[in-house]
Design a protein around this ligand. Structure first.
Ligand SMILES: Nc1ncnc2c1ncn2[C@@H]1O[C@H](COP(=O)(O)OP(=O)(O)OP(=O)(O)O)[C@@H](O)[C@H]1O
Length: 318
């Protein structure tokens, strides 16, 4: 199967200030990421907080121009300035629908404006296009008349998905799209994404801290550490026979994988002690993983920043 999106040696470096009188350092948020996403498939991207997942999402949708590397879409190289049509084809769903929806505007007006902007439906077909969108995301038509604060978290996230679907995209990049939802709303949104993929042939890049959900939804998984993809494979292979020490540490630390009835622990990890993750707003912070650091030795510390919220990918370029 041919890849719809290809990333080739993508680097995103930021220049960040340090202490007064010290020169700024370069932070490698992405440090040579190569990935291919096949059409109509779902790729999960996992890794601890700060490893570069959102930066990757931003590169995919064109919100961030890479410092180096190439992005290809459907075989064609994508430049720094994307066409309106390419922007339409790759849509993002963010973690926080409240922040991404204008609180003053009714759902109808947000969706209609987008459809209009891309000339996707004649004026006479607008009402039925909006009704079908609501049906697609399993919301009653009355939601069209609501403002975001009048909806539940799960409903808002479905409106955010409707907004992405309004422009008839080929790719959805979901960046922690269910992290802010309770378990039942999460299940609804996950099922919705799975149905949309099956019905519309959508390609999905699903970024999440929740390994249980990734295993359920995704065909393949890319594991990120310190701005790099350290392991990539089918979901089954990654979850049952992880190869990289960091993936194994991540699996050990994932609370969902130890919860009975969700996802069984990888046989590859049998006999190894489970980690004790500290959780904070849904993020899993791993205990330091010397094996993983050794395996990523070409990206050595020193880390900068707050050690208690360790962002492994922050290391100064020597
Ligand atoms: N505009 C920016 N300027 C400087 N540093 C940035 C910028 N955006 C992101 N970073 C840094 O780049 C690194 C990667 O950030 P990113 O948001 O991609 O991580 P993440 O894996 O998505 O984390 P989380 O799971 O917590 O959302 C982090 O160390 C972050 O602080």
């Amino acid at each position: 199967m041919s890849a719809l999106i290809e990333l080739d040696d993508i680097r995103v470096h930021y220049t960040v200030p340090t202490r007064r009188h010290s020169p700024p350092v370069t932070l490698r948020a992405l440090d040579g990421v190569s990935l291919a996403v096949e059409r109509s498939r779902c790729l999960g991207v996992v890794g601890e907080s700060g490893c570069g997942k959102s930066t990757l999402a931003n590169v995919l949708v064109g919100l961030r121009t890479p410092t180096a590397g190439r992005v290809r879409y459907d075989g064609r190289e994508v430049g720094a300035r994307r066409s309106k049509d390419l922007c339409r084809r790759i849509q993002m769903v963010f973690q926080d629908p409240v922040g991404s929806l204008n609180p003053r505007r009714r759902v109808r007006s947000v969706l209609a404006e987008l459809i209009d902007h891309h000339d996707l439906v004649p004026d006479t077909g607008m009402n039925s296009a909006l009704d079908s969108l609501m049906e697609m995301v399993d919301l009653p038509p009355r939601v069209l008349e609501a403002r975001p604060h009048e909806l539940s978290g799960g409903q808002r996230q479905r409106v955010a998905i409707a907004r992405a679907l309004a422009v008839q995209p080929e790719v959805l990049v979901a960046d922690e799209a269910v992290a802010a939802l309770d378990v039942s709303a999460q299940a609804t949104v996950i099922n919705l994404l799975a149905d949309l993929r099956a019905e519309l042939g959508l390609t999905i890049v699903f970024i999440s801290h929740d390994l249980g959900i990734v295993r359920t939804l995704c065909d393949s998984v890319a594991v990120m550490y310190a701005g790099r993809v350290v392991e990539e494979g089918t979901a089954e292979a990654v979850f049952t026979a992880a190869q990289h020490p960091y993936t194994r540490a991540l699996l050990r630390a994932a609370p969902d994988l130890h919860r009975p009835g969700t996802v069984r622990r990888s046989p590859a990890l049998e006999g190894e002690p489970a980690g004790t993750p500290e959780t904070n707003t849904g993020c899993v912070f791993l205990p330091r993983c010397p094996e993983a650091e050794a395996a990523c030795a070409s990206a050595p510390p020193p880390y900068i920043g707050n050690e208690s919220h360790r962002t492994a990918c922050i290391h100064a370029v020597p």
